[in-house]
Design a protein around this ligand. Structure first.
Ligand SMILES: Cc1cc2nc3c(=O)[nH]c(=O)nc-3n(C[C@H](O)[C@H](O)[C@H](O)COP(=O)(O)OP(=O)(O)OC[C@H]3O[C@@H](n4cnc5c(N)ncnc54)[C@H](O)[C@@H]3O)c2cc1C
Length: 411
């Protein structure tokens, strides 16, 4: 039998890659397997992604700790957030607008294209991970006595004491480990594209709740310096038939529709990139761990994009799993059942609670019954008038609380 590895991570995306880098810093070299090929740096930099991820303070802190942050080639900080109901008076604001690029102290977070984050993670892994394999597909996994066997498409077999499934929403590892999945179909779709507006976004992320679902406007970096400050990525939650209908509009009609639906808050929408539509489903693995196996990131959970927290809770999974593993390693124990259970215990409850609250807000915001309309307006208004409550919201959203009492606590 081949050598038994300490840890193999299937999936070298943002969450799997971050885990490998954090483990490496703790003195553990993981083998990382990813089906995707090496990214072409020139191509990534020359292409604007229509989608951005809102990175929380905790995710930024972890990316800095991993050494990947300094390799981020393009990002857009934001200093304000505005959420309001189109059919009501409820409105809530966090932070403030800023004409110039907000300083670190003013920032609520950062918007970054997924391809730019993945490129930074990949470049850092190429520097420090000894066994990082790309374009390798895992086609079989099997539990053996105290180890897992992993077979690649070319027939290579690896054996490991710990298998980490970071292989995304359709996780093969999760399926092969026979971990059941709870799925909630929102009966909605997300429509995304990048747009250019006549007025600048002033580094404010905005979200309007329409009866059909929320419409988010997220500031993004522009490839064209003259248009800097005028490009945003939209994420529009809609019933599936609306999403299909809107996506099929030609550019001029789509821009006109969006100008109207945004109440011209950023002036006319001047330009839009091709639209992408994807079905919205929440997924939650019933368990995050098995003996010698752990799921992280989208392999363990997929939540509504409403709060832009998907990747942020994935980064927290990476940190809490590494914290538990490295803590016990100091005592000579590697990937014990109880170590893994501690990880599940610290993450699953929090992730499930986030998922349920996003589902509830998504549902509440599409309701037209008077008590529900009143409740959501009242809720936003109450929070807006309570600075302490707003601080509580922000401290939950920035994710730093979850890192307290771990080796990654922000000082
Ligand atoms: C429209 C939209 C907007 C979003 N906005 C936000 C936001 O603002 N903020 C936020 O935090 N999150 C957001 N999310 C969620 C976020 O994109 C995901 O949570 C995140 O990308 C998941 O990262 P991951 O590393 O877990 O999985 P992935 O990025 O899916 O990576 C999985 C990796 O596994 C590899 N892989 C898969 N199968 C195999 C196999 N068999 N063998 C080997 N390798 C394999 C793949 O090649 C890939 O590299 C959004 C999602 C959507 C759809």
């Amino acid at each position: 039998m081949s050598q038994i590895l300490d840890v193999v991570i299937v999936g070298g995306g943002l969450v799997g890659g971050l885990t490998a880098l954090l483990l490496q810093q703790g003195g553990v070299q993981a083998t990382v397997l990813d089906a995707a090929p090496i990214l072409d740096r020139e191509k990534v930099l020359a292409t604007a992604n229509p989608r951005v991820l809102a990175l929380s303070q905790a995710s930024i802190h972890l990316l800095k700790s991993s050494g990947a942050w300094d390799l981020m080639a393009r990002l857009m900080p934001y200093s304000g957030m505005q959420v309001w109901n189109v059919n009501g008076y409820g409105e809530i604001n966090f932070g403030q607008a800023s004409e110039n690029c907000p300083s670190e102290a003013q920032r609520l977070g950062v918007m970054a294209e997924p391809s730019i984050i993945n490129l930074a993670i990949q470049e850092k892994m190429l520097q420090v991970i000894d066994d990082y394999r790309t374009s390798v597909k895992v086609v079989a996994i099997e539990q053996q006595v105290n180890t897992w066997m992993i077979r690649l498409a070319d027939g290579t077999e690896l054996h490991t004491k710990l298998l980490i499934g970071a292989d995304g929403a359709n996780s093969f590892v999760r399926e092969q480990a026979m971990i059941d999945l709870d799925v909630l179909d929102y009966q909605q779709a997300g429509l995304t594209c990048a747009i250019r507006t006549a007025e600048p976004h002033l580094h404010v992320a905005r979200q309007i709740f329409h009866p059909t679902g929320p419409l988010a406007f997220l500031p993004m970096a522009s490839l064209n310096d003259e248009q800097q400050g005028h490009w945003l990525s939209i994420v529009w939650t809609l019933p599936q038939d609306y999403a299909d209908e809107y996506a099929a509009l030609d550019d001029a009609d789509f821009c006109q529709l969006l100008s109207r639906e945004s109440h011209l808050m950023l002036g006319t929408v001047l330009e839009a990139t091709p639209r992408a539509v994807f079905p919205l489903k929440a997924r939650a693995a019933q368990h995050y761990v098995r003996q010698g196996l752990a799921l992280i990131g989208d392999a363990a959970h997929v939540i509504h994009p409403l709060a832009g927290q998907g990747v942020n809770i994935g980064c927290l999974d990476a940190a809490l799993l590494c914290d538990a593993l490295l803590h016990d390693l100091k005592r000579g124990v590697w990937a014990h059942e109880q170590t893994l259970m501690r990880y599940e215990h610290r993450r699953k409850g929090q992730n499930d609670a986030m998922m349920h609250s996003m589902s509830a807000i998504g549902w509440l915001e599409t309701q037209q019954l008077f008590p529900l309309v009143w409740a959501r307006n009242f809720g936003l208004k109450q929070v807006e008038q309570q600075p302490i409550l707003k601080d509580v919201f922000m401290s939950r959203a920035n994710g730093l609380y979850a890192l307290e009492n771990t080796r990654y606590a922000a000082v």
